[in-house]
Design a protein around this ligand. Structure first.
Ligand SMILES: NC(=O)C1=CN([C@@H]2O[C@H](COP(=O)(O)OP(=O)(O)OC[C@H]3O[C@@H](n4cnc5c(N)ncnc54)[C@H](OP(=O)(O)O)[C@@H]3O)[C@@H](O)[C@H]2O)C=CC1
Ligand SMILES: CCCCCCCCCCCCCCCC(=O)[C@@H](N)CO
Length: 350
């Protein structure tokens, strides 16, 4: 047999073994590492899209829910849906707080309002979902730098400020409990693009990679507070058929649309459900598809692993997969360039 055939067979065999291991592990997974019943969850970016779906699903699991976003009308509509999804409507509590996560110091006010509403206690879980995406070609599309600053303000600083405000509360000495206490959770929402970047997302992708850098830092820094147990997580969704996705498609370069065809879109409900499953399984980096798992294992570097065996074995083979994938994707971009000429001549979709 030729070397490529042997390589492909060996690769197929090992990936199959790993899939069996992942499945078996999921099958035996029992402990819920993020119970929410009776606890209070604050979600930013939860009046629409994936955040809204997550709020409904967490309410159905018995959580008290605080949703945060800008538009009060949408917050009121979504809050009614969250209440209707409650597991125990007579005991669970729900509210909303209107805030722009891109505003300096928004988070301190939101945390204070949340605590005042929550009987003086801080939320137990904070999920930073709020985000936006403005796909543009970096060099030739007008407004790409302004879009990049806006995306950084919303996607990175919107989550960074919230994490600092809530950690100042959770980690305060007067809130020390014990290493065995039920941990608090701070959850960032990145994107598969923060595992594997593609053309056209220059204003967006860096803001999501930055979340990984902060999360890895906090994953180590939180060891300074053994008596204030807090877990940090990053969720990496793939394409979500949300209102945000419809908005971003208005500026998305055609070549980007071409490449994204390789990644199947999912509904906000599905992405939220798989994200919560990963969080309940105690995962640090949470992906929502096998493709996402492959991409995650390709970038682990010095990040905490979900499973050292699976992550390491899959990680051995990703470079081989990327050898072929990158060749294919770059060939597609090159073909696009040959067909459509210089990007300065493209008409950006309105
Ligand atoms: N859609 C996709 O294909 C993908 C999305 N993601 C990420 O997943 C997350 C959810 O995405 P998606 O479901 O599409 O979200 P949507 O764009 O559909 O909804 C965004 C939500 O965030 C709120 N929001 C937006 N900007 C702000 C702001 N400045 N301050 C406060 N709230 C804000 C919106 O409410 P309001 O406007 O009223 O403030 C809304 O509730 C985001 O972080 C996104 O980057 C990751 C991968 C793929
Ligand atoms: C190991 C195998 C690698 C295969 C590569 C496949 C190439 C396509 C990847 C595109 C993924 C985009 C999903 C997130 C989109 C997003 O975040 C925006 N919609 C912003 O909201």
């Amino acid at each position: 047999m030729s070397l490529p055939v042997i390589t492909a067979t060996a690769l197929g065999l090992v990936v199959s073994l790993v899939i069996v291991a992942i499945t078996a592990m999921g099958f035996f997974q029992s402990k819920n590492h993020m119970p929410v019943e009776g606890r209070t969850v604050l979600l930013t970016g939860a009046s629409e899209g994936m955040g809204r779906s997550a709020a409904l699903q967490l309410a159905a699991k018995g959580a008290n829910v605080i949703i945060v976003s800008r538009n009060v009308g949408r917050l009121e509509e979504t809050l009614a849906d969250v209440k209707a999804a409650a597991k125990s409507p007579s005991t669970q509590r729900f509210t909303y707080i209107s805030a722009d996560v891109a505003e300096h110091d928004y988070a301190a006010r939101v945390v204070a309002e949340a605590m005042a509403w929550n009987g003086g206690s801080a939320p137990d879980i904070v999920w930073c979902v709020a985000g936006m995406s403005t796909p543009l070609l970096w060099a030739m599309d007008e407004g790409s730098m302004a879009a990049s600053r806006r995306n950084m303000d919303v996607n990175y600083f919107g989550a960074a400020e919230m994490s600092q405000a809530i950690l100042r509360e959770w980690l305060a000495p007067e809130n020390s409990t014990s290493p065995q206490a039920e941990p608090k959770h701070i959850i960032f929402t990145a994107s598969m693009l923060a595992l594997f970047a593609i053309v056209g997302y220059g204003p967006y992708t860096p803001s999501k990679w930055a979340l990984r850098g902060l999360a890895d830092t906090l994953a180590m820094e939180l060891n300074l507070y053994p008596d204030n147990p807090v877990r940090v997580h990053v969720v990496y969704p793939g394409t979500i058929t949300s209102p945000g996705f419809a908005r971003e498609n208005q500026t998305k370069p055609a070549v980007t649309v071409e490449l994204e065809k390789d990644e199947p879109p999912e509904t906000p409900d599905t992405v939220a459900r798989r994200s919560i499953q990963g969080l309940e399984a105690g995962k640090y980096f949470v992906t929502v598809s096998f493709l996402g798992e492959l991409m995650r294992c390709g970038v682990m570097g010095g990040s905490p692993r979900n499973n050292w065996f699976v992550d390491t074995v899959l990680g051995w083979f990703i470079p081989i997969i990327y050898f072929f994938v990158l060749r294919g994707l770059n060939a597609t971009v090159l073909r696009y360039a040959r067909t459509h000429g210089h990007p300065s001549t493209y008409s950006t979709k309105k």
